[in-house]
Design a protein around this ligand. Structure first.
Ligand SMILES: *[C@@H]1O[C@H](CO)[C@@H](O)[C@H](O)[C@H]1NC(C)=O
Ligand SMILES: *[C@@H]1O[C@H](CO)[C@@H](O)[C@H](O)[C@H]1NC(C)=O
Ligand SMILES: *[C@@H]1O[C@H](CO)[C@@H](O)[C@H](O)[C@H]1NC(C)=O
Ligand SMILES: *[C@@H]1O[C@H](CO)[C@@H](O)[C@H](O)[C@H]1NC(C)=O
Ligand SMILES: *[C@@H]1O[C@H](CO)[C@@H](O)[C@H](O)[C@H]1NC(C)=O
Ligand SMILES: CC(=O)N[C@H]1CO[C@H](CO)[C@@H](O)[C@@H]1O
Length: 833
């Protein structure tokens, strides 16, 4: 806008014009066609990664986004978590790590695009799929279907989020970063269960969203019948065979599962860098132009946000950035190399002519020609066979389950199965805090178990936990009394208390005594608790304490899955061969209380008024105990974790911030792990697991922003019984970095924020062995081969030691003659961090 001013009045008019125009002067126009999303009329290659704002802290966001950008992403995707923002009806919260606007602005600050998946049902292994539990208790409501009460609540929340984004000018149509929004989530997977009402509902979702007039496209993932103008998109481990329902919609992949989540009782899933890169390269080879990693950073399920049942507090996901925000190498680097290459081919991929050539089974070439130049993808989807193809008179070998990319159709620049990025291993180190004693000094107090007291909410039936506790706590007391007279047929007999529950954990107390507890085994959430009991003549007090471990978040009618004691609750007297049953389920008056006493008093905040902590006779292996200790923060910048080995199950707080549930006593199933992992062949969540036979989760992230340098307060609520004496704070640092690159490539090494302190091994020639690789059998070291450039080690030492990162062109010019006859020489380096 250049103009010369005439008079002051026309200046005023003009500046008003400029002002109003400039509200949209950075505006981007987002449209789409069959080849892709277009920004201001130009088709784009969009490479996106999911980072969920509440799974980290605002202090971590800039670094996570920076590392995403350095990893070659141009877009960040997040869900919006309704239950966090509206914990009680019409009471909103956007503070701290719930500050959605701050998160979107952090994306904008680094020049990335954003995808806002409002849902508001989000699944996401998040408790109740992101729905606030009060929704469940609205009269006449039915969730995710043609129900006016639900639709009105959904519309109110969705509109509020859209208005909030508009007010902050965050849609691309206003000059902001949000280029796409999503309504609903994977509804196509469950729609059949809702019959015609489901179809009616999804059409309503489409109209409701479109009417919000964001100026950017809306998507619906896993929705084969997505009504116009919604774009349906694919979620899965592989999406190369996906076609959208509208021939004018681009081929978009909204969830590429970069790994998998972990359960209590489960081992650690891993998806290899080779297979993930293969799925991505294959998708872009076959015409995809938008793909999103689910997750790029998984993070942590703080507080009670983990869904489930039984999703762990760690949501690491084996994502390219690990739970603490460090690069998960070689995945991060191997994908970055791919992203940069794909972005360099953007014009050819989005505007080029496309030709597919089929070779033998499951092997094909795709050639993109643009402005007289051609770029090639050679894909081999055979899981067990390398294939050599002849293209342009030259033979190319494509390893099994891989894609080669040749930006000039002659030189292979990238192959998904050949990893040139470094491997990093992480080590946990004890706190080096000065004056920190070897073990923490603990104080403790007991949790008071509740029995029937007048004035409680009562009902003559067993109620669902969602109905009574409305997710204010994991815990709900069910309390009743049983009167026994000496003419009662059960008097004097051997008695058993039997309770059917879908809990997930049940504790039983009779006349003040904890007679036992039981928890559901992973995958078997219905169970029956049975213990022998002794009742006295007269009144007997029975307290059943039920605890949930993440509310169900997925499946048709997932919101109606029973959580809590549904009965029957019976006292069973054995009378010879027959049983006499006293059924308490619906005959008795039940009193309810949600939450623990200590939760009501918020004793994890450490207020002086509840300062009844004792320091003597520290209980060990006793259930329902609160423990407290103070500690100094480990110095430095490295991420901090607390090792809770020795404890049973409960929740942990640092300075009042909940770290999440802990359960180190739950040992991962012994089967399903294997020392090897073949990247070839379709991935599934059970394929490449580690950590069988160890606690599913032993270490818990303590974000640096939760900590002061001294006098931090750790509070634990121990439900089952444990020993806190070995609890320690540790830091997570890079142990060593191993890298390996072929001649003609560049080898890069870094210690992720620390200087490289030494080089343990370096050899240019035909080095043997592996180093730092997960799943590698045998010794994890490089060894000198039959030939080697004599000065490799000293050259690498000179180039790298003392540096934060170093990059070496692998060639004889730099490293000296290797004297090898092998035609594929390589450089292998192990650096000490
Ligand atoms: C959807 O709900 C409306 C209003 O309650 C009702 O009139 C209509 O019959 C419902 N449609 C289906 C298919 O259930
Ligand atoms: C390519 O491979 C074919 C089949 O193995 C072989 O006959 C041919 O000589 C090779 N061509 C070149 C240029 O190496
Ligand atoms: C209670 O649990 C037992 C054992 O799992 C089962 O056999 C029985 O059918 C259950 N009863 C009800 C009413 O669900
Ligand atoms: C208990 O067993 C005895 C002997 O078999 C029988 O006579 C009696 O009726 C039983 N009581 C009840 C309440 O079933
Ligand atoms: C803890 O106590 C329970 C019973 O109260 C017992 O079964 C268990 O073996 C004890 N565990 C340890 C580690 O002492
Ligand atoms: C159908 C299906 O498996 N959906 C899952 C896709 O992955 C996301 C992320 O892990 C889950 O939230 C869905 O349940």
């Amino acid at each position: 806008m250049v103009a010369t001013m005439g008079s002051s009045s026309s200046f005023l008019v003009l500046s008003l014009f400029v002002l109003s125009f400039c509200l949209t002067c950075n505006a981007d126009q987002i449209t789409s066609d069959a080849r892709g999303i277009m920004i201001n009329g130009e088709r784009k290659i969009l490479i996106s990664g999911s980072v969920h704002y509440p799974r980290s802290t605002p202090e971590m966001w800039p670094d996570l986004i920076q590392k995403s950008k350095d990893g070659g992403l141009n877009t960040i995707d997040t869900y919006v978590f309704w239950d966090l923002h509206e914990p009680q009806r019409r009471q909103y919260d956007f503070t701290g790590n719930k500050d959605l606007v701050r998160f979107i602005k952090a994306i904008q600050a680094q020049g990335l695009y954003a995808v806002l998946r409002i849902g508001p049902y989000v699944c996401a292994e998040w408790t109740y799929g992101g729905f606030p539990v009060w929704l469940h208790n609205q009269p006449s409501i039915q969730l995710r279907t043609n129900n006016t009460v639900y639709m009105s609540e959904m519309q109110t929340f969705t509109t509020m989020i859209v208005d909030m984004m508009k007010k902050e000018q965050l849609f691309a149509s206003q000059g902001g970063p949000i280029i796409i929004s999503q309504i609903e989530n994977e509804y196509g997977n469950v729609m059949r269960a809702y019959h015609d009402a489901g179809v009616q509902y999804i059409n309503w979702c489409a109209q409701m969203a479109a009417a919000l007039d964001t100026g950017v496209p809306w998507i619906m993932c896993q929705q084969d019948n997505a009504p116009q103008p919604m774009i349906n998109t694919c979620n899965g481990y592989y999406c190369d065979q996906f076609t959208p329902n509208n021939p004018n919609s681009p081929k978009m992949w909204t969830e590429n599962w970069s790994g998998w989540y972990k359960n209590w009782g489960g081992s650690d899933p891993h998806r290899t860098a080779e297979d993930l890169a293969f799925s991505v390269a294959r998708f872009y080879q076959l015409g995809g132009t938008f793909q999103n990693y689910y997750m790029y950073h998984g993070g942590t399920n703080f507080g009670r946000t983990a869904g489930g049942p039984y999703i762990t507090t760690s949501y690491d996901y084996d994502a390219p950035l690990n739970e603490y925000g460090n690069k998960n190498q070689p995945k991060w680097g191997h994908l970055r190399d791919l992203h940069l290459l794909l972005l360099s081919m953007e014009k050819a991929l989005t505007y080029g002519d496309v030709k597919n050539v089929d070779y033998e089974t499951l092997t094909s070439a795709t050639i993109y020609s643009y402005q007289g130049k051609s770029s090639c993808f050679f894909g081999n989807s055979n899981a067990d066979r390398d294939v050599t193809i002849n293209y342009g008179g030259v033979n190319y070998t494509i390893p099994a389950w891989s894609v080669s990319i040749l930006p000039d159709c002659s030189n292979e620049v990238y192959n998904t199965a050949k990893v040139n990025s470094q491997y990093s291993t992480f080590v946990k180190k004890g706190s080096e805090a000065e004056n920190e004693p070897n073990s923490l000094q603990w104080t403790w107090r007991g949790e008071t178990i509740q029995y029937i007291t007048p004035g409680r909410f009562t009902a003559s039936e067993l109620l669902d936990q969602k109905t009574v506790a409305e997710d204010t706590s994991d815990y709900l007391y069910y309390m009743t009394t049983v009167d026994i007279s000496n003419d009662d047929p059960i008097w004097g007999k051997d008695l058993t208390l039997s309770v059917n529950t879908s809990g997930h954990i049940l504790h039983a107390f009779v006349n003040g005594e904890h007679i036992g507890y039981q928890y559901a085994l992973l995958g078997q959430f219905e169970f029956q608790f049975r213990r022998s009991v002794t009742l006295q003549l007269g009144k007997n007090e029975i307290t059943l304490l039920s605890a949930t471990v993440g509310l169900t978040n997925y499946g048709p009618d997932f919101d109606m899955v029973n959580q809590g004691i549904h009965g029957p609750v019976q006292i069973i007297a054995s009378n010879g061969s027959a049983d006499i049953i006293k059924d308490l389920s619906n005959n008795n008056q039940w009193a309810y209380k949600a939450g623990l006493n200590g939760e009501d008093k918020k004793i994890f905040l450490g207020r002086a008024r509840y300062n009844q902590w004792k320091s003597d006779n520290l209980p060990v292996n006793r259930s329902f105990v609160w423990y407290k200790a103070t500690f100094d923060a480990p110095p430095g910048e490295d991420p901090v974790v607390v090792d809770l080995m020795g404890l049973g199950k409960g929740e942990a707080w640092v300075n009042g911030h909940s770290l999440g549930r802990y359960w180190p006593s739950y040992i991962a199933r012994g089967e399903g792990c294997s020392p090897e992992c073949d990247y070839r062949g379709p991935y599934k969540a059970e394929k490449c697991n580690t950590n069988c036979g160890n606690p599913s989760q032993r270490w818990y992230h303590v974000p640096r922003s939760f900590l002061a340098s001294t006098d931090n307060r750790l509070v634990l609520f121990e439900e089952f019984g444990g020993n806190p004496s070995s609890v320690t704070f540790q830091t997570v640092t890079v142990g060593n970095a191993c890298a390996n690159a072929r001649e003609g490539y560049t080898l890069e090494l870094s210690c992720q924020g620390r200087a490289i302190s030494g080089i343990k091994f370096a050899s240019f020639g035909d080095p043997q062995g592996t180093c730092g690789k997960p799943f590698a059998t045998g010794s994890q070291v490089f060894e000198k081969g039959t030939c080697e450039a004599a000065d490799s080690l000293s050259i690498i030492q000179k180039l790298c030691v003392g540096k934060y990162s170093c990059s070496i062109d692998v060639s004889e010019q730099i490293l000296g003659p290797a004297g090898c006859t092998a035609d594929t020489k390589r450089l292998a380096v192990e650096a000490i961090c």
